[in-house]
Design a protein around this ligand. Structure first.
Ligand code: NAD
Ligand code: TYD
Length: 378
C-alpha cells in the first residue's frame, strides 16, 4: 500500500531518527518531514537521507492552520506522526507562552486540518492514523523512597548490568492520572487531551505514546547528556541542579524510534502505550558515568574532569523521579530495547566526540549567548 506519511518535528532530535528509519525502511512510503526549524531543528541531522526519492522536507509552523490544511491536502496525507514541540523544561519556565502556542495550539491546528481533509474523503477515516508522541512528564513526579536505590523488580536489555536499580516502588502506568508540574509538561498534557478528544468526539483514529528521557546522537546540547559531554570537552563547568538526586529513566533514541515504528503499524487505535527501558539513574551517578566515559575516550587520566562538577541552584519545581512501566508494550507488541545502557552511552559519547563540527555549528552564535545567560542566572 502506498502511504503518504507526515512526520512533524523531523529536524529535531527524536524526529530525525524517526524520519531516517521510515525513509530507509519503507521505500514504498512517501515521507514528508514538516518542521519550523526553530533553534532545535537542524537539517544537518538528516544529511544522509535528504536526497532519497521518498523524502520531502517542508518548512512550516504547525500552529498555522491554513498551512496545515494546504499541506495535508496537497500531499494526500494518510498517516501523521506528530513530534514537533517545544521540548526543554528550562525554556518553558522562562517562556511558557511559546510552549502553549506550539504544543497546544499547534497540535490542535494539526488535528483540525487532518480532520477536515480525512472527513472530505469518500473512505473518511479508514486507513488513517494520527499518532501523537508524548512524554512521561505528563504523569507528574514519583516519590523517591530510597535515594540509594533498590534492586529493580523489572529487567530489559536497556537495564545496565552493573546498575539495575529502582528508586521507589511506584512506576508510571498508562492509567496513571495526569499531574503535570512544569509549563512544558502542562502543555504536553493539554495536547494529549486534545488528541484523545478528537478520537472521542469525531471518531478520528488516534494513538498516544508516553516515553521516558531519550539520549543519543543529534540531541540539542541544552539537554543534560550532550551538554555535559560538550562541556567536558571544552573544560567548562557541569551545572548539577540541586543535589543531583533527581532520578530519570533513560532510553536510547533509536529504541524509541523502533517503538514508534512498531506502534504506528501494529498499535491499537485509541490506545496509549508507555515506552521505557526500566533504566533509572540518579543524575549525579549518570554524570559520573559520562565523565568517566569521556575522559577514557579522550585519553585523560581517571577522575581528570571530576573537578568540573558544579552544584547550582535547583530548577524551579524540579520533578524528583520519573520511572516508566513499559510492560504493556512489551507484552502486547513484543517491543524490547536493543541496547544495554553501557553500550548506548559509549556509542553516544563516541558520536559527539566524532561529530565535533556538528556540535560547534549549533553551539555558536545565539545558542552560546542564551546558554551563557542561563548559566549566569543560576
Ligand atoms: P527537539 O526540541 O529536539 O525537536 C523538536 C522539533 O520540533 C525541532 O526540529 C523544531 O524545529 C520543531 N518545532 C518546534 N516548534 C515547531 C512548530 N511550531 N512547527 C513546526 N515544527 C516545530 O525535541 P525532541 O527531544 O526530539 O522531542 C520530540 C518529541 O518527543 C516532542 O514532542 C517531545 O515532547 C517528545 N519527547 C521527548 C523526549 C526526550 O527525552 N527528548 C522524551 C519523551 C517525549
Ligand atoms: P533534561 O535533559 O533537561 O531533561 P528533563 O528535564 O526533561 O528530564 O534534564 C535531565 C535531568 O538533568 C533533570 O533532572 C535536570 C537535570 N539537569 C541538570 O542537573 N543540569 C543541567 O544543566 C540540565 C540541562 C539538566
Amino acid at each position: 500500500m502506498k502511504r503518504n506519511i507526515l512526520i512533524t518535528g523531523g529536524a529535531g532530535f527524536i524526529g530525525s531518527h524517526v524520519v531516517r528509519l521510515f525513509v530507509n525502511k519503507y521505500p514504498e512510503y512517501n515521507i514528508v518531514n514538516l518542521d519550523k526549524l526553530t533553534y532545535a531543528g537542524n537539517l544537518a541531522n538528516l544529511k544522509d537521507i535528504e536526497n532519497k526519492p521518498n523524502y520531502t522536507f517542508i518548512k512550516a509552523d504547525i500552529a498555522d492552520l491554513d498551512e496545515m490544511r494546504r499541506i495535508i491536502k496537497e500531499h494526500e496525507i494518510t498517516g501523521i506522526i506528530h513530534l514537533a514541540a517545544e521540548s526543554h523544561v528550562d525554556r518553558s519556565i522562562k517562556d511558557p507562552f511559546t510552549f502553549a502556542r506550539t504544543n497546544v495550539m499547534g497540535t490542535l491546528a494539526l488535528l483540525q486540518a487532518a480532520k477536515e481533509y480525512w472527513e472530505s474523503l469518500p473512505e473518511k477515516y479508514e486507513g488513517k492514523l494520527f499518532y501523537h508522541i508524548s512524554t512521561d512528564e505528563v504523569y507528574g513526579a514519583l516519590e523517591l523512597t530510597d535515594p540509594e536505590g533498590i534492586e529493580s523488580p523489572f529487567t530489559t536489555t536497556a537495564s545496565s548490568s552493573e546498575h539495575h536499580l529502582a528508586f521507589g516502588t511506584e512506576f508510571f502506568l498508562e492509567t496513571t492520572k495526569y499531574n503535570p508540574h512544569s509549563p512544558y509538561s502542562a502543555s504536553k498534557a493539554s495536547s494529549d487531551h486534545f488528541v484523545r478528544a478528537y478520537h472521542d468526539t469525531y471518531g478520528m483514529p488516534t494513538l498516544v505514546t508516553n516515553c521516558s528521557n531519550n539520549y543519543g546522537p543529534y540531541q540539542f546540547p541544552e539537554k543534560l547528556i550532550p551538554l555535559f559531554i560538550n562541556n567536558i570537552c571544552n573544560r567548562k563547568p557541569l551545572p548539577v541542579y540541586g543535589k543531583g538526586e533527581n532520578v530519570r529513566d533513560w532510553l536510547f533514541v533509536e529504541d524509541h524510534a523502533r517503538a514508534i515504528d512498531l506502534i504506528f503499524h501494529k498499535g491499537k487505535v485509541a490506545d496509549t502505550y508507555n515506552i521505557g527501558g526500566f533504566n533509572e539513574w540518579k543524575n549525579i551517578d549518570l554524570i559520573k558515568v559520562i565523565i568517566k566515559t569521556v575522559d577514557r575516550l579522550l585519553g585523560n587520566p581517571e577522575g581528570y574532569s571530576d573537578e568540573l562538577i558544579t552544584y547550582v541552584t535547583d530548577r524551579a519545581g524540579h520533578d524528583l523521579r520519573y520511572a516508566i512501566d513499559s510492560r504493556k508494550l512489551q507484552k502486547e507488541l513484543g517491543w524490547e530495547p536493543s541496547l544495554q545502557f553501557e553500550e548506548g552511552i559509549e556509542k553516544t559519547v563516541r558520536w559527539y566526540l566524532d561529530n565535533q563540527e556538528w556540535m560547534d555549528n549549533i553551539t555558536s552564535g545565539d545558542y552560546e549567548r542564551y546558554y551563557t545567560e542561563m548559566y549566569q542566572n543560576r
